[in-house]
Design a protein around this ligand. Sequence first.
Ligand code: BTN
Length: 203
Amino acid sequence: MTISDRWEARDIARVAVFAAIIVVLGLMGPIPVPGLVPITAQTLGIMLAGAILGWKRGGAAVLVFLLLVAIGLPVLSGGRGGLGVFVGPSAGYLIAFVPAAIVVGLIAHSGRLTWWRVGLGTVVGGLFVMYALGIPVAAAVTGQPLSLTALQALAFVPGDLIKAVLATLLTLALFRAYPPAFPAKARAFRAGTVDTATASASA
Ligand SMILES: O=C(O)CCCC[C@@H]1SC[C@@H]2NC(=O)N[C@@H]21
Protein backbone atom coordinates (compact mmCIF):
# COMPACT_ATOMS: atom_id res chain seq x y z
CA MET A 1 0.00 0.00 0.00
CA THR A 2 1.32 3.48 -0.89
CA ILE A 3 0.96 6.21 1.69
CA SER A 4 0.47 9.71 0.28
CA ASP A 5 2.56 12.41 1.97
CA ARG A 6 1.10 15.24 -0.09
CA TRP A 7 0.48 18.43 1.90
CA GLU A 8 -3.17 19.39 2.12
CA ALA A 9 -4.81 22.56 3.45
CA ARG A 10 -5.28 20.83 6.79
CA ASP A 11 -1.50 20.31 7.03
CA ILE A 12 -1.01 24.08 6.82
CA ALA A 13 -3.56 24.35 9.62
CA ARG A 14 -1.70 21.72 11.68
CA VAL A 15 1.57 23.60 11.23
CA ALA A 16 -0.08 26.91 12.21
CA VAL A 17 -1.77 25.34 15.27
CA PHE A 18 1.53 23.95 16.55
CA ALA A 19 3.38 27.22 15.96
CA ALA A 20 0.58 28.82 18.02
CA ILE A 21 0.90 26.17 20.75
CA ILE A 22 4.61 26.98 21.08
CA VAL A 23 3.72 30.68 21.35
CA VAL A 24 1.09 29.96 24.03
CA LEU A 25 3.56 27.86 26.05
CA GLY A 26 5.77 30.96 26.12
CA LEU A 27 3.03 32.80 28.03
CA MET A 28 3.93 30.66 31.03
CA GLY A 29 7.02 32.85 31.24
CA PRO A 30 10.63 31.82 31.62
CA ILE A 31 12.04 30.54 34.89
CA PRO A 32 15.26 32.55 35.12
CA VAL A 33 18.35 30.66 36.20
CA PRO A 34 21.16 32.98 37.36
CA GLY A 35 23.98 33.00 34.81
CA LEU A 36 22.18 30.59 32.48
CA VAL A 37 19.63 30.69 29.67
CA PRO A 38 16.09 30.43 31.06
CA ILE A 39 14.01 27.33 31.72
CA THR A 40 11.10 27.49 29.31
CA ALA A 41 7.98 25.42 28.62
CA GLN A 42 8.38 26.16 24.91
CA THR A 43 10.69 23.17 24.54
CA LEU A 44 7.66 21.00 25.44
CA GLY A 45 5.98 22.47 22.36
CA ILE A 46 9.03 21.61 20.23
CA MET A 47 8.86 17.98 21.39
CA LEU A 48 5.09 17.81 20.81
CA ALA A 49 5.39 19.28 17.31
CA GLY A 50 7.81 16.57 16.18
CA ALA A 51 6.08 13.74 18.06
CA ILE A 52 2.58 14.55 16.82
CA LEU A 53 3.12 16.06 13.37
CA GLY A 54 6.19 14.07 12.33
CA TRP A 55 9.49 15.49 11.16
CA LYS A 56 8.35 17.53 8.13
CA ARG A 57 5.26 19.24 9.52
CA GLY A 58 6.72 19.41 13.04
CA GLY A 59 9.93 20.98 11.71
CA ALA A 60 7.85 23.40 9.62
CA ALA A 61 5.79 24.44 12.68
CA VAL A 62 8.95 25.23 14.63
CA LEU A 63 10.41 27.09 11.64
CA VAL A 64 7.26 29.23 11.45
CA PHE A 65 7.59 29.94 15.19
CA LEU A 66 11.24 31.02 14.73
CA LEU A 67 10.24 33.26 11.80
CA LEU A 68 7.74 34.98 14.11
CA VAL A 69 10.58 35.48 16.60
CA ALA A 70 12.90 36.78 13.87
CA ILE A 71 10.42 39.39 12.59
CA GLY A 72 10.27 40.78 16.10
CA LEU A 73 7.03 39.41 17.52
CA PRO A 74 7.30 38.99 21.31
CA VAL A 75 6.55 35.28 21.18
CA LEU A 76 9.49 33.91 23.15
CA SER A 77 8.92 33.28 26.84
CA GLY A 78 9.04 36.57 28.72
CA GLY A 79 7.76 38.46 25.64
CA ARG A 80 11.09 38.50 23.82
CA GLY A 81 11.64 38.50 20.07
CA GLY A 82 13.71 40.05 17.30
CA LEU A 83 16.97 39.16 15.61
CA GLY A 84 18.97 40.00 18.73
CA VAL A 85 18.03 36.73 20.42
CA PHE A 86 19.83 34.87 17.62
CA VAL A 87 23.15 36.30 18.75
CA GLY A 88 22.52 35.97 22.50
CA PRO A 89 23.49 33.16 24.87
CA SER A 90 20.37 31.11 23.98
CA ALA A 91 20.94 31.41 20.19
CA GLY A 92 22.23 27.85 19.84
CA TYR A 93 19.23 26.45 21.68
CA LEU A 94 16.86 28.50 19.51
CA ILE A 95 18.52 27.32 16.30
CA ALA A 96 18.42 23.77 17.69
CA PHE A 97 14.62 23.98 18.04
CA VAL A 98 14.20 22.99 14.36
CA PRO A 99 16.58 19.97 14.19
CA ALA A 100 15.30 18.92 17.62
CA ALA A 101 11.69 18.73 16.38
CA ILE A 102 12.89 16.96 13.21
CA VAL A 103 14.81 14.32 15.18
CA VAL A 104 11.87 13.80 17.56
CA GLY A 105 9.61 13.23 14.53
CA LEU A 106 12.04 10.95 12.73
CA ILE A 107 12.49 8.68 15.74
CA ALA A 108 8.88 8.73 16.99
CA HIS A 109 7.52 7.91 13.54
CA SER A 110 10.20 5.40 12.52
CA GLY A 111 7.60 2.67 12.98
CA ARG A 112 4.38 2.16 14.91
CA LEU A 113 3.87 5.04 17.33
CA THR A 114 4.80 3.45 20.66
CA TRP A 115 5.69 4.92 24.04
CA TRP A 116 9.34 3.92 23.64
CA ARG A 117 9.73 5.44 20.16
CA VAL A 118 8.12 8.70 21.26
CA GLY A 119 10.05 8.66 24.54
CA LEU A 120 13.36 7.98 22.79
CA GLY A 121 12.60 10.67 20.20
CA THR A 122 11.79 13.33 22.78
CA VAL A 123 14.94 12.56 24.78
CA VAL A 124 17.30 12.39 21.79
CA GLY A 125 15.76 15.39 19.99
CA GLY A 126 14.57 17.44 22.95
CA LEU A 127 17.66 17.01 25.09
CA PHE A 128 20.69 15.68 23.14
CA VAL A 129 20.19 17.68 19.92
CA MET A 130 19.18 20.76 21.90
CA TYR A 131 22.23 20.64 24.17
CA ALA A 132 24.60 19.65 21.33
CA LEU A 133 23.95 23.00 19.64
CA GLY A 134 22.93 25.08 22.63
CA ILE A 135 25.89 24.47 24.93
CA PRO A 136 28.77 25.32 22.50
CA VAL A 137 27.01 28.49 21.29
CA ALA A 138 26.26 29.58 24.89
CA ALA A 139 29.93 28.98 25.77
CA ALA A 140 31.12 30.96 22.74
CA VAL A 141 28.78 33.90 23.37
CA THR A 142 29.48 34.16 27.10
CA GLY A 143 33.20 33.37 26.79
CA GLN A 144 32.89 30.69 29.46
CA PRO A 145 34.76 27.39 29.15
CA LEU A 146 32.74 24.74 27.31
CA SER A 147 33.13 22.29 30.19
CA LEU A 148 31.67 24.76 32.70
CA THR A 149 28.75 25.60 30.38
CA ALA A 150 28.06 21.89 29.88
CA LEU A 151 28.16 21.32 33.62
CA GLN A 152 25.75 24.20 34.21
CA ALA A 153 23.38 22.80 31.57
CA LEU A 154 22.86 19.76 33.81
CA ALA A 155 20.45 22.04 35.69
CA PHE A 156 18.06 21.73 32.72
CA VAL A 157 18.05 17.94 32.61
CA PRO A 158 15.42 17.17 35.30
CA GLY A 159 12.92 19.67 33.84
CA ASP A 160 13.60 18.58 30.27
CA LEU A 161 13.12 14.91 31.22
CA ILE A 162 9.76 15.81 32.80
CA LYS A 163 8.83 17.58 29.53
CA ALA A 164 9.87 14.47 27.56
CA VAL A 165 7.62 12.28 29.72
CA LEU A 166 4.74 14.78 29.40
CA ALA A 167 5.20 15.02 25.63
CA THR A 168 5.18 11.22 25.35
CA LEU A 169 2.02 10.82 27.45
CA LEU A 170 0.20 13.66 25.65
CA THR A 171 1.20 12.33 22.22
CA LEU A 172 -0.01 8.80 22.92
CA ALA A 173 -3.23 10.06 24.56
CA LEU A 174 -3.96 12.29 21.55
CA PHE A 175 -3.18 9.44 19.16
CA ARG A 176 -5.78 7.31 20.93
CA ALA A 177 -8.36 10.11 21.13
CA TYR A 178 -7.84 11.87 17.79
CA PRO A 179 -5.74 10.01 15.18
CA PRO A 180 -6.52 12.53 12.37
CA ALA A 181 -4.03 14.93 14.02
CA PHE A 182 -1.24 12.50 13.03
CA PRO A 183 0.49 11.81 9.71
CA ALA A 184 -1.05 9.22 7.37
CA LYS A 185 1.86 6.85 8.06
CA ALA A 186 1.14 6.72 11.80
CA ARG A 187 -2.54 6.06 11.12
CA ALA A 188 -1.70 3.33 8.61
CA PHE A 189 0.59 1.60 11.13
CA ARG A 190 -2.23 1.77 13.67
CA ALA A 191 -4.72 0.26 11.24
CA GLY A 192 -2.22 -2.46 10.34
CA THR A 193 -2.39 -1.53 6.65
CA VAL A 194 1.31 -0.86 6.28
CA ASP A 195 4.56 -2.64 6.94
CA THR A 196 7.88 -1.06 7.89
CA ALA A 197 9.34 -1.30 4.35
CA THR A 198 6.39 0.49 2.73
CA ALA A 199 6.34 3.12 5.44
CA SER A 200 10.05 3.95 5.20
CA ALA A 201 9.71 4.29 1.44
CA SER A 202 6.97 6.89 1.96
CA ALA A 203 8.57 8.78 4.86
O1 BTN B 1 13.83 31.61 25.13
C1 BTN B 1 14.99 31.48 24.70
O2 BTN B 1 15.77 32.40 24.51
C2 BTN B 1 15.49 30.08 24.43
C3 BTN B 1 15.72 29.41 25.70
C4 BTN B 1 16.39 28.08 25.52
C5 BTN B 1 16.36 27.37 26.82
C6 BTN B 1 17.12 26.06 26.84
S1 BTN B 1 16.38 24.88 25.77
C7 BTN B 1 17.06 23.54 26.62
C8 BTN B 1 17.06 23.92 28.07
N1 BTN B 1 15.79 23.63 28.66
C9 BTN B 1 15.18 24.70 29.15
O3 BTN B 1 14.08 24.70 29.73
N2 BTN B 1 15.96 25.77 28.95
C10 BTN B 1 17.14 25.44 28.21
